[in-house]
Ligand binder design. Structure first.
Ligand SMILES: [Zn+2]
Length: 235
């Protein structure tokens, strides 16, 4: 099982690794990785794997049977190779900022209206967010975005840690996804936005709400009472 360094330190931009296996020339597993695999609404990281002077671009990252597989653009990597890896940090950092922003918005909506998230997808340039709410109007959503922006202007730390599953499940609102219960694991990873939210989550986040800056509403779509959809972006 490869070590997933991003779960402890989401700010690691570079790391050394050893190639463990290569499938079909282009699907590479490493002994440890900072590349986030697609999942939980957060897209995969991109970046580079470098061996000596040779550069292999990481074009996609997925998790298959518990192992993180890095798809590279060129064949040539071999098991045992010592490599240096680096993230496309600009992309990852935007995703971290949007991911934390999405948690804040979900928490505010949940607290204020009882709405649960029914779907969400982060992209590099915007976030799509579906939730169930009776009243759905743009003015109300603008209000929640304004509340979120107010928080993003203050010093609010964000922490992540593991808790025994039983203890974690006692936290009110620890699961805000209507359909997604956390996997049957003995411990759950909690992302805590101090004073705002505690959520079971495997994604990468910023350490302080100040890092988010401001977000703005892009558009809203009404797809039925369980599927009110909004798009927002960092600005
Ligand atoms: Zn999340």
């Amino acid at each position: 099982m490869n070590k997933t360094l991003f779960l402890n330190d989401s700010y690691l931009k570079e790391f050394p690794a050893t190639v463990i296996s290569v499938k079909d020339g282009k699907y590479v597993t490493l002994d440890q990785t900072i590349f986030y695999p697609k999942g939980g609404g957060q897209p995969y990281d991109t970046g580079k794997i470098v061996r000596g002077t040779e550069v292999f671009s990481v074009v996609s990252v997925g998790k298959f049977s518990g192992e993180i597989s890095h798809e590279v653009d060129n064949v040539g990597l071999q098991p045992g190779d010592k490599v240096q890896c680096s993230l496309n940090w600009e992309r990852r950092y935007k995703l971290m900022r949007s991911h934390t922003a999405a948690h804040v918005l979900a928490a505010l909506l949940n607290k204020g209206t009882g709405a649960l998230i029914t779907g969400n997808q982060l992209e590099e340039d915007h976030v799509r967010f579906d939730f169930n709410i009776e009243e759905f109007d743009r003015a109300l959503l603008e209000e929640y975005l304004a509340k979120a922006n107010q928080l993003f202007g203050t010093d609010v730390p964000v922490k992540w840690y593991e808790l025994p599953r039983e203890e974690a499940m006692k936290i009110p609102g620890v699961v805000k996804m209507a359909a997604a219960f956390p996997p049957e694991l003995p411990t759950l990873r909690i992302v805590e936005i101090v004073g705002v939210d505690k959520q079971a989550d495997g994604g990468t986040h910023v350490k302080n709400l100040r890092e988010i800056g401001k977000v703005e509403l892009v558009k809203t779509e009404n797809k039925g009472k369980n599927n009110r959809r909004i798009y927002f972006k960092l600005n």
